[in-house]
Write a protein that binds this ligand. Structure first.
Ligand code: AR6
Length: 169
């Protein structure tokens, strides 16, 4: 049984086995939580991302997929980078968003991670409405059979925390 917990705070401060990064396909950094993770984790993470681009992910990491690197100086063992979909009014991309959570959990479990922290993937720069992002996140984790024991959603502000709280039983 996977326990879901909610925390309002900064994901870079979480003492967990794996921290999930809401990255982009380039894996080479950006703003939002991605920028915060690279800043706090130091250059080792970027070096590992560059190595991935030079090997298996020459074209970048596809949307909905996940890949792990070192967590550098973060108080975690691994960063699992996933690429959320950009929100679209015209097209339902929620299956790709669900895939981010499933794939991140699969990668984390393969590494042996027992505790995993997620941000609200796609709900910032990628424009996903927070309530819907929260529903997809919580429902997907609930429906995923994983050896991960704790999934901790780390919500940056009160609005995100409230949206995720509304999805909890
Ligand atoms: N801890 C936890 N959550 C955070 C933190 C933090 N330190 N910082 C921001 N958030 P975003 P996206 C929240 O924009 O929408 C980057 O440039 C934020 O308030 O980080 O998936 C990437 O390189 C929001 O609720 O990710 C991509 O290009 C949530 O994290 C693009 O942004 C996600 O917001 C990805 O956009």
């Amino acid at each position: 049984m996977t326990v879901i917990t909610l925390v309002q705070g900064d994901i870079t401060e979480q003492h967990v086995d794996a921290i999930v990064n809401a990255a982009n396909s380039s894996l080479l950094g950006g703003g939002g939580v991605d920028g915060a993770i690279h800043r706090a984790g130091g250059p080792e993470i970027l070096a590992a991302c560059r190595a991935l681009r030079a090997s298996h992910y020459g074209k970048g990491l596809p949307t909905g997929r996940a890949v792990a690197t070192t967590a550098g100086r973060l108080p975690a063992r691994w960063v699992v980078h996933t690429v959320g979909p950009v929100f679209s009014q015209e097209e339902d991309r929620s299956e790709l968003l669900a895939s981010c959570y499933r794939e991140s959990l699969r990668v984390a479990a393969e590494l042996g991670a027992r505790t995993v922290a997620f941000p609200a993937v796609s709900a910032g720069i990628f424009g996903w409405p927070m309530d819907d992002a929260a529903r997809t996140a919580v429902e997907t984790v609930r429906q995923t059979d994983t050896a991960v024991e704790e999934v901790r959603f780390v919500l940056f502000d009160e609005r995100a925390y409230a949206a995720f709280t509304a999805q909890m039983p």
